[in-house]
Unconditional design. Structure first.
Length: 191
């Protein structure tokens, strides 16, 4: 379980979160939704440890696995090298290849990332996060640029690798159907 309790956070004079509370239970996906600038990505950054709250407590996160809004892949490296960049145990390397194949990226494993389409890069970023095996999966607009069929495939992988294994998933998406793909509980932010 990942929990945020009474979180306050400000960017200078701009108070973004005040006494914010959120629980993401084991085996649950929570989707944060709302207008730009309301604090959704700030919550993700707090969970990832990229930001520290002004006050409050975050628990249940030791090793987050992350899909950022940008793919954050190294363009001159191969697809498989990018996926294996976080240190993985040997058995996870075999899993990485299987997940890439399942994500319809099997024919591009040795291709340089710069030669891949946006949707292929996005799927690779998701596979890399799934291979890392964090204690919570953090997704920022994970399905952007992915066609409907591959979105379904990636959602099934996320459910199998995290939700069905009893791990929490926290995501941000502006698209209601993305939340539906992961059977997510939607938490709507107000501006």
């Amino acid at each position: 379980m990942t929990e945020l309790k009474n979180i306050d956070f400000s960017y200078g004079e701009d108070k973004v979160l005040h006494k914010f509370n959120l629980t993401v239970n084991d085996g649950e996906c929570v989707c944060l939704s709302g207008p730009s600038g309301c604090g959704k990505t700030t919550v993700l950054k707090l969970v990832m440890g990229l930001l520290k709250p002004d006050s409050g407590e975050i628990s249940g996160v030791k090793r987050p696995s992350v899909v950022f809004q940008e793919d954050r892949l190294l363009s001159s490296f191969s697809l498989i090298t990018n996926v294996l960049l976080p240190p993985l145990a040997d058995e996870r390397k075999t899993v990485a290849i299987e997940l890439l194949k399942e994500a319809n990226l099997g024919d591009s494993i040795h291709e340089k990332v710069r030669n891949l389409s946006g949707g292929m890069k996005r799927r690779a970023a998701i596979v890399r996060a799934l291979c890392f095996e964090g204690d919570v999966l953090v997704l920022d607009e994970p399905f952007n640029g992915i066609d409907a069929e591959n979105k379904r495939i990636m959602a099934e992988m996320i459910k199998r690798e995290y939700i069905q294994k009893g791990k929490p998933v926290l995501m941000v998406s502006h698209i209601p159907s993305d939340a539906e793909l992961l059977n997510a509980r939607v938490v709507t932010f107000e501006k």
